[in-house]
Design a binder for this molecule. Structure first.
Ligand code: CDP
Length: 226
């Protein structure tokens, strides 16, 4: 039986555009659930790395995705009972994630798991295909962008703060390669949904970006009530 319709906001965009941070802040402001869909692809990649499953082994990677034993806890995630919050943020894992994410069986294996996050009172989900494939009926769709240079700087700062070593130029190249893979893949490519609002955060602070999303949500939810 279908319950009442649960409202949701989809935030898509390229790597390091700040989707995760913005989605988490917006979810906290609204008191809603949060889905970091990229984490599921990163967890799949980590499982593949640990089990020696090759990046082009679609069936092997899909089986790993389907069998993921994960738990999202406050600010972290565990897999098979161990804390993998830091592991899944490694660049090696992120790069493999973007390769396994191009495989249709992997995407299919993760679809229902993502949709199950849509529970009352609401959901904010971030990723590449939240507004186009996973939640095409989202109430508000945001496509968050920033220049490649701004994104490389942000990723650099993030990695250094977490104690990882990083090189800005390498990051910029990796990021451009990941953009190309995400936009050119056949399955659920990164694309702006026809009804999405594009938000360029290159020159905005996190707070300003959150305010813009909240203001769009205020307009959207106000309009649907009146
Ligand atoms: O931090 P970054 O934005 O690079 O990555 P992420 O959001 O954690 O996602 C890791 C990888 O999973 C991305 O490079 C995408 O290729 C893939 N992904 C996807 O295909 N679809 C999603 N909904 C989310 C992530």
């Amino acid at each position: 039986m279908n319950g009442p319709r649960v409202p949701m906001i989809a935030i898509d965009g390229p790597t390091a555009s700040g989707k995760g941070t913005i989605a988490a802040r917006v979810a906290a402001r609204l008191g809603w659930h949060l889905l970091d869909s990229g984490a599921l692809y990163r967890l799949t990649a980590l499982a593949c790395l640990e089990r020696g499953i090759a990046a082009d082994d679609a069936q092997g990677a899909a089986a790993a995705a389907a069998a993921l034993d994960v738990r999202f806890v406050a600010d972290g995630v565990s897999m098979d009972g161990r804390d993998v919050t830091a592991d899944i943020r490694r660049e090696e894992v992120g790069n493999l994630a973007s390769q396994v994410a191009a495989l249709a069986p992997v995407r299919a294996a993760l679809l229902d798991r993502q949709r199950a996050f849509r529970c009352a009172p609401g959901l904010v989900a971030d990723g590449r295909d939240m507004g186009t494939v996973v939640f095409p009926d989202a109430d508000l769709k945001i496509f968050l962008v920033a220049s490649a240079e701004a994104r490389a700087q942000r990723r650099y700062k993030q990695l250094i703060e977490k104690g990882f070593s990083a090189n800005l130029l390498t990051l910029l190249h990796d990021l451009e390669a990941r953009d190309a893979r995400d936009t050119q893949r056949v399955n659920a490519p990164l694309a702006v949904a026809h009804d999405a609002l594009v938000l360029d955060s290159s020159h905005l602070t996190i707070d300003q970006t959150v305010e813009q999303v909240m203001s769009w949500w205020g307009e959207r939810s106000g309009a649907s009530r009146s």
